[in-house]
Design a protein around this ligand. Structure first.
Ligand SMILES: [Fe+2]
Length: 345
């Protein structure tokens, strides 16, 4: 277990002041940022949701010739991921396409200070940055892109719309569950994931009701999920959702939500599944079903037909890095089983 990121819990402006940032910074955000950051010398760049490789190159072109001492990212997963890529590009020659894959970043990037405004991706502590590339999703995977500092302030998530709250939270739940069933999980990762899953079920209704206590639990669930996947990786839900997101434009958290139940059924035969349920005192699939019903969540059949679903299982199976990382062997027929069950549930 290792962690490259210093994690600070607190009020984000206060904590940013305490960091004593000096020099010129690049501020990455979604829609502009109204917060009072006037004491910092910042150049702002806007990041679109679920950006493509071309978006990343465009952002870089927009900054041509400018120099920065650090990157401050305030936003959801897409903003944080883009900040990590731009910080890497500042000290590594392009094109950005060359960063895609595992350990392709040579020089340590400029420091990134990540301030998440959603509780989902855990990108503020991870070694991943995801881009849409030619009809799919591809990750930059490198410990060098882990943010230097994460400032975690759950109050920033207050006011997130219900749907975004549900689907980003499910992303965090998936990170905890998938990491738990990889072959890289160690006893500390197990504890982290167990607590991450517990916090999801304890906090989700409060978070949906926009109560700070629920938001706190989900933010912690998200950070724990990020710590877990950066020490392991994700597994079949993300292998499938990356294809669905890239091909059909389904947002990341929602795409994950469509496969999670069937993934848990796939895991049910593994001894760690029973162990997890005993530790949590929960019937996981029943809890999840009740939650999906309560909030009338969509199903896979709302997006694809059987032929398309089987095709996406085939493409997900080609993601050898994720498919071969599990505790249990996953064949193409297992992925097909998951998509077919997801279509019918
Ligand atoms: Fe994710």
């Amino acid at each position: 277990m290792q962690l490259k990121t210093r994690i600070i819990f607190g009020q984000f402006e206060e904590e940013l002041r305490r960091l004593d940032l000096s020099g010129r910074g690049l501020l990455c955000c979604r829609r502009g940022f109204g917060g009072g950051l006037g004491w910092l010398d910042l150049r702002t760049i806007r990041v679109s949701p679920e950006p493509t490789l071309e978006d990343a190159e465009r952002c870089w072109d927009e900054l041509a010739g400018e120099n920065f001492d650090y990157v401050l990212a305030v936003g959801g997963g897409s903003v944080l991921d883009m900040a990590k890529i731009l910080a890497a590009r500042m000290v590594n020659p392009g094109p950005i396409e060359g960063f895609l894959g595992v350990d392709r970043i040579e020089n340590p990037p400029k420091p990134v200070i990540a301030v998440p405004t959603t509780h989902g991706t855990g990108s503020e502590v991870t070694k991943y940055a995801v881009l849409r590339v030619s009809g799919g999703k591809t990750s930059v995977v490198s410990e060098k892109i882990c943010p230097s500092v994460a400032v975690v302030d759950p109050a920033l998530t207050l006011g997130l719309p219900k749907e975004l709250t549900i689907y980003t939270s499910i992303d965090a739940l998936c990170h905890n569950l998938e990491a738990y069933f990889t072959r890289f999980a160690d006893p500390l990762v197990d504890l982290i994931c167990e607590d991450g899953v517990r916090l999801f079920f304890e906090g989700i209704e409060g978070a949906i009701a926009d109560e700070l206590q629920g938001r706190r639990k989900l933010m912690l669930c998200s950070v724990l999920g990020g710590v877990a996947i950066t020490n392991t990786q994700t597994f079949l839900v993300h292998a499938l959702s990356h294809v669905l997101g890239g091909r059909f434009g389904v947002p990341h958290g929602m795409a994950n939500s469509l496969f999670l139940r069937a993934f848990l059924e796939f895991c049910r035969g593994d001894e760690k599944f029973g162990l997890l349920e005993r530790r949590l005192g929960l019937d996981l699939i029943a809890e999840l079903d009740a939650f999906y019903r309560r909030h009338s969540l969509k199903g896979l059949s709302d997006f694809v037909d059987e032929r398309e679903a089987l095709e996406l299982a085939g493409r997900a199976y080609a993601n050898r890095r994720l498919v071969e990382g599990g505790r249990m062997k996953a064949g193409k027929e297992d992925l097909e089983g998951i998509v077919l069950r997801s279509l019918r549930s």
